[in-house]
Design a protein around this ligand. Structure first.
Ligand code: ARG
Length: 421
């Protein structure tokens, strides 16, 4: 096990069981100093207590950095602009935080002169991939220690290790779930959820209210966007962090943001995942609706294809890749006109766009109206449609018949050209 000797390790510390146990384990197995680094990306809970526990459990140093603003502005806003949803459903809440945690980990490691970094990811998940690829991309000098992947302990073993070493831990002993939380969402895996044939028990949800508490009355909320970024709720400007937090609370009350699906992980397995992402599942549909109003059709089509790739890159740990950056730059370049207001109706678990407006709207009422005063050149429609459908009609007329008899029927005449008026 002692494959590498390290002097000083900076551990990405969450305050949970895995990374709490990792502190004495790293000291024992690597003989290294341990700096526990808690990166605040908007997870709930008392960070001060978590730092205190890290020190109690043997960390030589325990630090917290507040990365919420950077997370919102430099990771979540680009994801909103890209309507980023992995496999069409998951807003990448856990995935988006990883590269930010990695960049803080690497910079603190350099500041304190550490020769290694450590994380608490298992050997089956996506997070190990995101951490390792990120660290290897940003630094070539730091070794990576992954205690949970290396030590072969399960949850009960970890609890036992904590008991034997007299560690202070902060977990419900009977909770079988693995939970990850940040500003953009909450991921819950494990326990009963592992059977995709069973519905998720109500106890896994925390940010979204119980269906019996969902208000009977719908609530309309108007989201203001400027160049693709959300800036206000009901006309009140908010900072990025505040806006996301208040929308999580607002939409969560109506039960919006629950996601339950079977996801394809990087390492090739499928797994049942549940998430709660109230703000993300309100903002992304609103942003898409505004784009539908202001972006030209061809631009939207190309953008949708790249959005899918963007989501896959983020999911797969390639935030720092040139391709992700280039797609991000393309996406940003499309957002100049994505300014305006979108009204979303929150009701009984769903967020539905009911109105949108923008000074850059491409919807020309004089062309689209069915009422009086339309300026649409309807006389041009017939000739347009004739040419528009011509290649399909031609190919259909010349389609070979299935049975290959030598006397092949002569093709029908192509459709007649209408007389122009
Ligand atoms: N499946 C999600 C992802 O890969 C969530 C991972 C949640 N992580 C956790 N430690 N519970 O992004």
């Amino acid at each position: 096990m002692l494959s590498k000797h390290c002097e000083h390790v900076v551990l990405a510390y969450s305050g949970g069981l895995d990374t709490s146990v990792a502190i004495p384990w790293i000291k024992e197995h690597y003989g290294a100093r341990v700096t526990a680094l808690l990166v605040n990306v908007g997870q709930e809970g008392e960070l001060g207590d978590a730092l205190e526990r890290a020190r109690f459990n043997g960390a030589d140093q325990a630090l917290a950095v507040d990365a919420r603003e950077e997370f919102a502005e430099s990771y979540l806003f680009p994801a909103i602009q890209a309507n980023a949803l992995y496999q069409g459903v998951y807003p990448l809440s856990t995935a988006l935080a990883r590269p930010l945690i990695v960049s803080r980990l690497v910079s603190v490691a350099r500041e304190v002169g550490a020769d290694a970094v450590a994380h608490g990811c298992t050997g089956k998940g996506n997070d190990q991939v995101r951490f390792d690829v990120g660290v290897k991309t940003l630094s070539n000098e730091l070794a990576i220690i992954a205690p949970v992947r290396e030590w072969n302990m399960n949850r009960p073993d970890e609890m036992e290790y904590a008991r034997q070493h007299g560690l202070k831990i902060h977990v419900k002993p009977d909770s079988p779930y693995s939970i990850d939380e940040n500003l953009w969402g909450r991921s819950v895996e494990g326990g009963l959820l592992e059977d995709p044939g069973r519905s998720a028990p109500e106890e896994v949800f925390d940010w979204t209210h119980h269906p019996q508490e969902w208000p009977n009355e719908p609530q309309d909320v108007t989201l203001g966007f400027s160049q693709g970024n959300p800036i206000s709720i009901d006309g009140v400007r908010q900072t990025p962090v505040e806006l996301i937090r208040s929308l999580n609370a607002l939409a969560g009350r109506h039960g919006i943001g629950r996601i339950d699906h079977v996801e394809d992980r990087v390492v090739g397995i499928k797994s049942r995942e549940t998430y709660e992402c109230p703000a993300a599942l309100t903002l992304i549909p609103a942003h898409k609706a505004l784009e539908a109003l202001v972006l030209p059709r061809d631009l939207q089509t190309v953008k949708v294809g790249l959005e899918q790739r963007f989501g896959e890159l983020v999911y797969g740990g390639f935030w720092f890749s040139q391709l992700r950056e280039a797609i991000g730059a393309f996406v940003e370049s499309t957002q100049a006109s994505v300014t305006g207001e979108v009204t979303v109706r929150l009701h009984q678990g769903s967020a539905r766009v009911v109105a949108r407006k923008s000074p850059f709207s491409l919807l020309a009422p004089e062309l689209a109206t069915y009422g009086r005063g339309s300026t649409f050149p309807e006389g041009a429609a017939e000739g347009f449609i004739h040419l528009y459908g011509l290649s399909t009609a031609l190919a259909y007329a010349h389609k070979p018949t299935v049975e290959s008899t030598p006397a092949r029927e002569a093709p029908r005449a192509p459709p007649a050209v209408p007389q122009t008026t």
